[in-house]
Write a protein that binds this ligand. Structure first.
Ligand SMILES: [Zn+2]
Length: 419
């Protein structure tokens, strides 16, 4: 049985201090990063001073639909958790909901952290047939149950904000919920340097969903449907649109081009993933160690591309990693490439590289048993699993789908005018 897992990729957040989980919705493309070092709840997105890397914990979410004949226990078997944790969760859930009677397609959201292959389930949400939201939340070593009121209404909110001092502060003052701000920042993470490019007077516009209970109190936030960031020169407009052919929701610019940039998962053509992220026996050292990167086997001389636009921060021999390049991208992201046979010409410290540009060639330098690329993605100085990054398709809408999109955009623009 294969579960359709929606892996959520690490979202970028800069300089911020944030301990509040923003997991109160059922939308499908968020990642929440919790700072484990501080308890203040202020986010600073464009503070140009006080740069200090934060320790972050990446939280994943799986959004699942119960399949015919599938039990809750079977779902939990897909996570590396102990039997005692599993029975604690089941026991807790069973106290509020009859797990054997859940309908097919009942929505389940599992929020978990993964560190060195150790999975910790933080929260499980079940939306039952009465639309009750049942949550099991990890508190200390136990799982406690919580039910919340029925959500009855969806509303769309339009906010236009002129930035003063800080994007985050200005947005908060305009009563935009923090998780909507995080979604917004995430959309532009690889395009805009939130530290340097945002200026006073720049404008943002966000159109997003909220869910209200029967008393019309906002209980959850949903997706951003339209986002616009107007900088001094450029304005970036993004529309969330679900394409009919594959049912996927993505952000497109007004021309129908998938417009959210990201890092490449595989910065090399025609390679075979030879070793994934996580614990493994090191081929040369022989003992188990965490492999904080992914290896792609490819013939010597295969070009290696920059996974994203940025500047070369480090280049040269780097111990076991052999000929090595590290690129600094925007907003706390870096990528590193090891074991190269040689560097592309013109590569040196400080060189600007663009996404897809050849930076070097596959080799076997350093501690390596054969030609391969060792690739790492680093966020705020912590290595993250590149294979788990959720990527935009890069597609350009055409034909009937483009027509549908244009109608959708026109309708949405009208809707925003009356809002
Ligand atoms: Zn490796």
């Amino acid at each position: 049985m294969s579960l359709k897992k929606l892996y959520l990729i690490p979202l970028l957040i800069l300089f911020f201090i944030f301990t509040y989980y923003l997991i109160r919705n059922f939308s499908d493309n968020k990642i929440y990063i919790e700072n484990t070092e501080s308890s203040s709840s202020e986010i600073k997105l464009d503070d140009t001073k006080n740069f200090s890397p934060l320790v972050v914990e990446v939280i994943y979410e799986d959004l699942l639909l119960i399949k015919e004949g599938q039990t809750f226990g079977e779902i939990l078997n897909n996570y590396e958790i102990s039997n005692s944790v599993k029975s604690k969760i089941l026991e807790s859930l069973n106290s509020k909901v009859d797990l054997s009677k859940l309908n097919i397609n009942t929505e389940i959201k599992i929020t978990f952290t993964k560190e060195n292959d150790l999975t910790e389930i933080k929260r499980i949400s079940v939306l039952d047939k009465e639309n009750n939201h049942i949550k099991v939340i990890k508190k200390d070593d136990n799982y406690i149950i919580e039910t919340s009121s029925i959500l009855s209404f969806t509303k769309h909110v339009l906010k236009e904000v002129t930035i003063k001092d800080s994007l985050y502060k200005s947005a908060i003052e305009a009563n935009i919920p923090p998780n909507i701000i995080m979604q917004f920042v995430n959309l532009y993470a690889f395009d805009v340097d939130f530290q340097r490019e945002i200026r006073n007077g720049n404008k943002i516009k966000i159109f997003y969903e909220v869910f209200l209970d029967r008393k019309h109190i906002v209980r959850q936030t949903g997706n951003i449907k339209f986002a616009s960031l107007a900088l001094r020169k450029d304005t970036y407009n993004l529309y969330r649109f679900t394409t009919d052919d594959n049912g996927k929701s993505e952000y497109f610019d007004s021309e129908g081009k998938s417009a959210v940039k990201a890092l490449m998962k595989t910065p090399i053509n025609g390679a075979v993933l030879s070793s994934g992220y996580g614990m493994r026996k090191h081929p040369i050292l022989g003992y188990d160690r965490i492999h904080q990167g992914v290896d792609f086997a490819a013939p010597k001389g295969t070009p290696i591309m920059a996974a994203g636009t940025g500047f070369i921060e480090k280049i040269g021999m780097n111990g076991g990693a052999g000929n090595y390049i590290r690129i600094k991208h925007l907003n706390g992201y870096k990528t590193a490439y090891g074991h190269m046979s040689k560097f592309a010409s013109g590569m040196k410290k400080g060189t600007k590289v663009t996404q897809g540009q050849t930076i070097g060639f596959v080799g076997s330098t350093g501690m390596s048993t054969g030609p391969h690329l060792h690739y790492e993605v680093i966020f705020n100085n912590k290595k993250i699993n590149p294979m788990k990054m959720k990527l935009p398709s890069g597609r350009k809408l055409k034909g009937k789908i483009l027509e549908d999109f244009e109608i959708y955009v026109a309708d949405l623009n009208k809707e925003m005018q009356v809002n």
